[in-house]
Design a protein around this ligand. Structure first.
Ligand code: ADP
Length: 435
């Protein structure tokens, strides 16, 4: 399922970012193309301007009489035309000139089109009567997907307009090299985006993947733990049928397993509520010293049942009130003392120490039991983790420390583990004192 999601996300990210990249490149391409086109148009306009000025030089209007200074030779026209693929039509002065190159569309047809298009454009006023009139530059479409800029020049004194056209060379505006350049940027960009999407999707899905793995392991371990009491209950139930004389013993077995199952289910419900942030936490100000003395009273007899002594170590200065969920804190004490008793032999001491340091209250639970080996320390707070499952009795599911950690986290605190001098382990809880 996650693989499919990952694939879809990579595709979606690559596609959407590539689309944006393509759009940007297309915009850049179009603006560069338009720039090239404008540049060619401007260069055409300046050519038209220089042709018009050179003609003006050749013809001087004097007392309404045109004095022809020098003839523009066909040779000069040819040179102009060939240089920039121009079409210059000067019927009046060079009637025999037939053009110096062959455009894709018939030359006369193009000139006719230009003339008719320009005639449609009205020049409303001509204030400078003696000046030449230059109509705007227009674009003429040929018959073979060829395009031309066109303009006309009117010289006072000359009867016919001079028509000038220039072939729009798209290859010059956007050389193939430039197109390849844009395509390369696009391809490299898409490849880079695909790689980036892959890395980002992998990174963002990693916590979900980890979470799903943990959930799977949790469900597998929980089902395994639930299966064993069920099997015992089933066995006891059928034993009652075949051996009714020992009924009381079997019923006792069923009861014990039911209690065990109920505790396990409670623990599982606690953890799942904590995972989904549905756990209710009822904080109140409690007197730490009273809380600790009560706890001592409560657990002293429990410890002495298994021949353990319980000691409480308080500082000389008074401990402050703390803002905690009292019931949950009691649960923490119960789990840690239960573990200390369960994992240390009789006639050993269990010590609870409390002190304040840097606006935090500390609770230390020290025992002299079997201790926790270094290799297990990093996993000790994982759900269902037991250092050595063969070492534990049936009361232990490997959930106690996970529950303690959740409760401590709910109080914005932290829990550490350290070896006790001369064997055993010490759990240290640090909770910030809320004022
Ligand atoms: P369990 O219900 O098995 O005690 P916990 O989560 O409380 O589950 O503890 C996890 C494991 O850590 C235990 O199975 C045990 O191996 C180890 N452990 C916990 N507390 C102690 C302790 N005080 N001394 C030695 N080992 C401990």
């Amino acid at each position: 399922m996650l693989d499919k999601l990952r694939r879809n996300l990579i595709l979606l990210y690559t596609f959407s970012t590539s689309l944006i990249l393509t759009l940007v490149i297309v915009i850049l391409f179009i603006s560069s193309f338009n720039q090239g086109k404008n540049f060619q148009k401007e260069s055409f306009q300046s050519t038209v301007f220089s042709i018009s000025s050179s003609i003006k030089r050749e013809y001087v209007v004097n007392n309404s009489k045109i004095i022809k200074l020098e003839e523009i030779t066909d040779y000069e026209l040819s040179k102009l035309e060939k240089m920039d693929k121009m079409i210059i039509d000067m019927k009046e002065t060079n009637p025999d000139f037939k053009g110096a190159w062959t455009p894709k569309t018939n030359r006369d047809a193009l000139l006719e089109r230009l003339e008719s298009e320009l005639n449609k454009i009205q020049i409303t006023s001509n204030i400078f009567k003696d000046e030449e009139i230059q109509k705007p530059t227009i674009t003429i479409k040929g018959d073979n997907r060829d395009y031309y800029y066109g303009a006309s020049i009117s010289i006072p004194g000359l009867k016919d307009d001079i028509y000038v056209m220039q072939y729009i060379d798209f290859k010059r505006i956007m050389p193939i090299k430039k197109v390849i350049y844009y395509l390369c940027i696009e391809t490299i960009g898409i490849l880079a985006l695909a790689i980036l999407s892959r890395v980002l999707v992998k990174k963002s899905l990693a916590p979900i993947e980890e979470n799903m793995k943990e959930q799977k392991e949790f469900v597998a371990a929980a089902s395994h733990e639930l299966k064993s009491p069920l099997a015992v209950i089933q066995a006891n139930a059928s034993a009652i049928k075949f051996n009714p004389d020992n009924r009381d013993e079997y019923i006792k077995g069923v009861n014990t397993e039911c209690k065990r199952m109920s505790r396990l289910i409670q623990d599982l419900l606690f953890l799942s509520s904590s995972d989904s942030c549905k756990l209710n936490i009822k904080k109140e100000y409690i007197d730490t010293e009273t809380f600790l003395i009560d706890a001592y009273e409560r657990y002293r007899s429990f410890c002495s049942e298994s021949q353990h002594s319980l000691e409480i170590n308080l500082p000389e200065e008074e401990l402050p009130f703390i803002y905690v969920d009292k019931e949950r804190l009691e649960q923490v004490f119960s789990i840690l003392i239960d573990n200390a008793v369960g994992y240390s032999s009789s006639n050993t001491n269990i010590k609870i120490t409390s002190f304040v340091k840097d606006k935090n209250i500390y609770f230390e639970f020290e025992d002299h039991g079997i201790g926790i080996p270094d290799y297990a320390k990093k996993n000790i707070f994982n759900r269902f983790y037991r250092v050595d499952s063969s070492r534990t009795d049936k009361k232990h599911f490997g959930l106690g420390l996970s529950i303690v950690q959740e409760i401590v986290n709910m109080h914005s605190g932290s829990i550490y583990l350290r070896d006790t001098l001369n064997g055993g382990c010490t759990f240290i809880i640090k909770i910030p004192i809320e004022v």
